[in-house]
Design a binder for this molecule. Structure first.
Ligand SMILES: NC(=O)c1ccc[n+]([C@@H]2O[C@H](COP(=O)([O-])OP(=O)(O)OC[C@H]3O[C@@H](n4cnc5c(N)ncnc54)[C@H](OP(=O)(O)O)[C@@H]3O)[C@@H](O)[C@H]2O)c1
Length: 277
């Protein structure tokens, strides 16, 4: 097997294929209907389930460098190329302000992703997906930081927000989507609201609480999950999902599984995709 290619383990038969294009080619829509929003998310995790570890120097949690890697990053960018809108957390945008996550906002400007920009252009899509920020508050400083992003920006909040803050956020050019009663955003109201805005492919790049918000209301359709073949340990970490127990717990139907041996000096990773039953 070519060391840069992937081996498909599921569905049978086993087959080699290139990394590039793997998620560009994947149908991201409801079968037979392109009119209803399709919601998907993506995570990279260690085998002991860590998606973020605390940095002892800053005290902040972030995706561990021991598991993030350019090949998974390529697929993350491909999923973003497919999207009309990205869901992020306000915490993520606060990180952008300090410059720590600026390059994390897809689509990246790295020349390695120029084919993805072309892909969107050829399909008449805007250069960048819109950004939808979930928060319990209308944080005007977060909205200010988004002025330079050159893409439509939405704040999704519950209805318990200050009208003064709403005016200040809208003055930055951001739009406000009320998607819940009280302080929290509710998954169904969020996706219905984004559907009314015309968004059809909605990609959440947020973390465990947003995932819970989407699953709790049954509005997530697909999980793309990379397992990097390492164990990390640690006592201060994030895992995939955080919130009250889900009742009933959703079942995830395997869709595809690829083994990737191509990360230099590592034991590789697997790229899995699951449809939410
Ligand atoms: N390895 C990976 O693939 C991966 C992927 C994603 C994230 N991560 C990591 O996971 C950690 C957490 O990421 P995150 O902050 O994006 O995660 P998150 O837990 O999904 O989001 C937390 C923040 O989002 C807002 N929020 C979430 N659900 C909400 C709701 N229903 N209503 C209103 N606001 C809501 C809140 O903002 P306010 O506090 O402003 O109210 C909350 O503080 C970070 O270290 C990140 O780097 C890793």
């Amino acid at each position: 097997m070519n060391e840069n290619s992937l081996l498909r383990l599921f569905p049978a038969p086993h087959e080699e294929r290139a990394l590039e294009g793997l998620y560009l080619d994947d149908p991201i829509a409801h079968p037979g209907s392109d009119d209803t929003p399709f919601v998907y998310t993506n995570f990279v995790s260690s085998l002991d389930g860590r998606i973020a570890l605390e940095n002892p120097r800053t005290g902040r949690r972030s995706a561990p460098p021991a598991i993030t890697n350019p090949r998974d990053w390529r697929l993350f960018q491909e999923l973003a190329a497919r999207a009309d809108a990205l869901i992020v957390s306000a915490a993520f945008v606060r990180g952008l302000a300090e410059g720590s996550s600026h390059e994390k906002l897809p689509l990246g400007r790295d020349p390695a992703f120029s084919d993805l920009h072309d892909w969107r252009k050829q399909r008449g899509m805007p250069p960048q997906p819109a950004m939808v920020i979930l928060s319990r508050t209308l944080d005007v400083s977060v909205a200010e930081r988004c002025r330079s992003l050159r893409r439509p920006v939405y704040f999704a909040v519950g209805n318990d927000v200050s009208q003064d803050d709403a005016g200040a956020v809208e003055a930055t050019g951001a739009r406000i989507l009320i998607a819940g009663k009280g302080r929290h955003v509710e998954g169904r109201a969020l996706i219905n609201g984004l559907g009314r805005e015309g968004f059809r492919r909605i990609y959440s790049i947020a973390g465990p609480r947003v995932l819970h918000t989407l699953l709790q209301d049954g509005v997530l359709h697909r999980l793309y999950l990379t397992h990097y073949h390492r164990l990390l340990g640690g006592t201060s970490f994030d895992t995939l999902l955080e919130g009250d127990p889900l009742d009933p717990p959703p079942s995830l139907v395997p869709r595809s599984l690829y083994f990737d041996a191509g990360v230099a000096g590592s034991a590789g990773q697997v790229f899995a995709a699951y449809d939410i039953a």
